[in-house]
Ligand binder design. Structure first.
Ligand code: SF4
Length: 326
């Protein structure tokens, strides 16, 4: 059975973009593989953030993941900072990572532009990502296209450490490309993101979902109800593909191309299907929130299972690198 590792930032409440782009896939993967899902709070501190909110955002993310179907009996769901071996391995890997490769990363270049003085954590972010995966000797990493460059660097780091200390010790993780088309925000322009205010949260009420969906961007060619559209370029159609059954998706495409209905009719059907999927998730989240101790117990138990695996790897790594035993 392959071991899968994936991480998510503690951004608080999940939105439907996170759900379709990652979480729905993880819920399926946990039935096929040994899965670790990590709320990556150590990554989150590389950006400006409010320390008073971090714990709550981390807890809320865990609630969202549990409510969406991540099952701690199948998945090790844990918080990154609860396993101190992550930064330990990250430092070790820093010593074999070429600086030029870090500087070439597109995400580094994008983020660095936004800083007058660039924190080193932004540069070394992919090393911590490599440590996250290699610590568990994971072989599969679910990623979107935009993460492929980091994964290639991860493989390079594994190769370099192996070549220096122990051939074949770290497996070279392979990408598990996420099939879902990228979900745009409701404005139809940028990626769905909480900071841009163009999302639907996973726990929103049916009324709030409809209020947000009603004015959402569609194919601009459909100026009037009589104008045919192209579903493939419409974000509402992408959302149908994530939330509606296949026969409805086919019907939507047909009615769009033939101007058989208006965009509001199309959105109404989508809203109903989103509500159908999200209602049980919202109810489970409400139950979990009523019992925060239960959530923390699950996170602690998972962190302890993760640490058992991590400590085994670190012990081998220390041994192979020649450190004096404590
Ligand atoms: S009918 Fe539906 S898929 Fe077609 S443009 Fe309107 S909202 Fe988009």
């Amino acid at each position: 059975m392959a071991r899968v590792f994936s991480g998510i930032q503690p951004s608080g409440e999940l939105h439907i973009g996170n759900y379709l782009g990652a979480v729905k896939n993880w819920v399926q993967l946990q039935h096929q593989h040994e899965t670790l899902i990590c709320v990556v709070d150590l990554h989150a501190i590389t950006q400006a953030y409010e320390p008073r909110d971090l714990a709550q955002r981390t807890h809320d993310m865990a609630v969202g993941l549990l409510a969406a179907g991540i099952d701690p009996a199948k998945t090790i769901l844990f918080v990154q900072s609860h396993v101190p071996e992550h930064p330990e391995l990250s430092w070790i890997l820093t010593t074999v990572t070429p600086l030029g490769e870090l500087e070439r990363q597109t995400q580094y270049k994008d983020k660095a532009q936004r800083h007058e003085s660039v924190p080193a954590g932004i540069l070394s972010y992919p090393i911590l990502q490599s440590a996250d995966v290699l610590l568990y000797l994971a072989t599969l990493v679910p990623v979107g296209e935009d993460q492929l460059q980091h994964l290639e660097l991860m493989r390079e780091i594994a190769r370099r450490w192996n070549a220096r200390y122990a051939e074949g010790f770290f497996p070279e993780p392979q990408p598990l490309l996420t099939k879902t088309k990228r979900v745009l925000g409701l404005d139809g322009k940028a990626k769905m993101s909480k900071s841009l205010g163009n999302t639907i949260g996973l726990f929103e009420s049916p009324e709030a979902i409809w209020e947000k969906l009603r004015p959402a961007a569609t194919d601009p060619a459909r100026k009037t109800r009589k104008d045919p559209g192209t579903p493939e370029i419409c974000n509402i159609f992408t959302l149908h593909q994530g939330f509606s059954p296949p026969d409805t998706v086919a019907d939507v495409a047909n009615k769009c191309r033939t101007a058989g209905w208006g965009c509001l009719d199309c959105k109404r059907v989508l809203a109903d299907n989103i509500v159908k999927t999200l209602t049980p998730i919202r109810e489970r989240a409400a139950e979990l929130r009523r019992e925060p101790k239960g959530v923390m117990d699950r996170l602690r138990d998972c962190a302890s299972r993760a640490r058992t695996l991590a400590q085994r790897t670190i012990a081998d790594v220390r041994d192979k690198m020649g450190f004096l035993h404590a």
